[in-house]
Each structure stands twice: as C-alpha cells, then as structure tokens.
Write a protein that binds this ligand. Sequence first.
Ligand code: COA
Length: 215
Amino acid sequence: MQDLRASLFFDADGVLARTERLVLRRPIGEDVMKYIDAFGGPCPLLAREYRRNEELRADYWKGVQGEDSLYCTICAKETGEFLGYCAIERLKRQCPEIAINLLEHFQSRGLGPEAVLAFMGAFWRVAGVTPFIAKIDPQNIGSQKMFRRLGFVPWGIDTHFINDPAILEGFEEERLEELGGIPEELCSLAEEFGVEPRKLLSHVLVFRHPAHMPR
Ligand SMILES: CC(C)(COP(=O)(O)OP(=O)(O)OC[C@H]1O[C@@H](n2cnc3c(N)ncnc32)[C@H](O)[C@@H]1OP(=O)(O)O)[C@@H](O)C(=O)NCCC(=O)NCCS
C-alpha cells in the first residue's frame, strides 16, 4: 500500500472505470459544489460550513484532488451529468475504506452498487486484491442493504471523529433519554455485531468485504 497514489488509477483521459450507465472519472475544479451537495445529505452541518467558508472548502478540495486519497466523480455515461462520488480517503491504509455519496435524486436506482463494484474492481486491478471496509451509520438502512448485497459482512463498530469514552458515554445517555429506550432495529443490529445496544447510539458499523474480484 505504501506507493499507492491517485494518479495510478486514472487513464490518459482521466477515467477510472466505465460501466453500462456510468463513467467514474477524476474530480475536476467545477465539481466542488456538487461534491458538497452530495455529502450534504448525510452531513448537512459540514456542507453548510464548506459552502460558507472558502478557506475550508479549498482545503477540502485540495485533499480530494491530492495524491494520498482516491476520489472519483460518478457521471451518467450518456449525458456526463454529475451523480455523486466514490472515494478512499486514505490510500496508504492497510484496509481501504470506501465511501460513496450520490445526489438525492439519483438514489434508489441501483447506481450506487454499480459504481462501488466498478470502483473496487479498478482499485484491485492496480493495488492487488485486498479487503475493503465501509463505515455506516446504524440508522442508514439503505447503505447497509447495498453493502450487504455487494458481499460486505458485519465486522465490528468504530468511533466517528470523537474517541473519548467519557464523551461517547455522555452522548449515549443523552440519546437514550431522547429516544426513551433503544429502538428494536438497533437491538437486532447490536446482536448481529456482538456489541451492547447502547454502543450503536455513539458508534458507526464497520462492514468488510472479503477480498475477491467482482464477477
Ligand atoms: C447508499 C447509496 C450509495 C446506495 O446507492 P443506491 O443507488 O441508492 O442503491 P440502491 O438503489 O441499490 O438502493 C439500496 C437500498 O437503499 C434504499 N435507498 C436508497 N436511497 C434511499 C433513500 N434516500 N431513502 C431511503 N432508502 C433509500 C433503496 O430503496 C434500497 O433498498 P431496497 O432494496 O429495500 O429497495 C445511496 O443511496 C446514497 O448515496 N445515499 C446517501 C449517502 C449515503 O448514505 N452514503 C453511504 C454512506 S456509508
């Protein structure tokens, strides 16, 4: 993983992969606001700050276009329209973590799995076949369904930005009070992941893909 850098993955036309309906290509300057729209669904606060603050936005975009991460823009093959993006934020990590965000009106049409399969295949062709992980909010049922269908399996839980146990426990208490208990779906998920249900109020789920090439 040591020598991986983004430019290794794109051809001379800046394309990472093509599928029946999609082209996955290198991010270009004019994509920036659309990326923010795409992650603004799951992360509205961050999106608001990036829209307002040019310096923050420029820093974010430098990371997206940098060599240490692999971001690619997902476009409609026929029209070139921006649909969303796929990414590995830190290429040098042992186990690559895949992220995907589609604009809301392109969700639920099977475009996400088409993009993820193409992205993983393109990554494996260059970097060798290694397992991927995906971190998913316990409430994000759509994403869990998609990654499970692609062969990802429950692997564990992880923190998200904040690791301090006292803060995490305090947050769990607050959420427990708000919710008046732990929802049934979270209890089943917690059992599947082998963790205490309340942990799912403060952690994300980790799914892992066993390494094999997509068919
Ligand atoms: C998660 C995501 C990549 C899946 O891609 P997709 O093209 O929508 O995937 P699919 O069309 O195969 O749909 C997968 C499931 O999610 C559901 N789903 C998709 N978008 C949804 C939405 N906005 N609200 C509720 N459910 C949704 C679908 O109905 C489907 O469930 P079903 O099989 O019971 O019908 C895409 O929906 C997305 O970008 N969502 C917002 C951002 C996000 O959650 N990213 C992942 C963070 S880990």
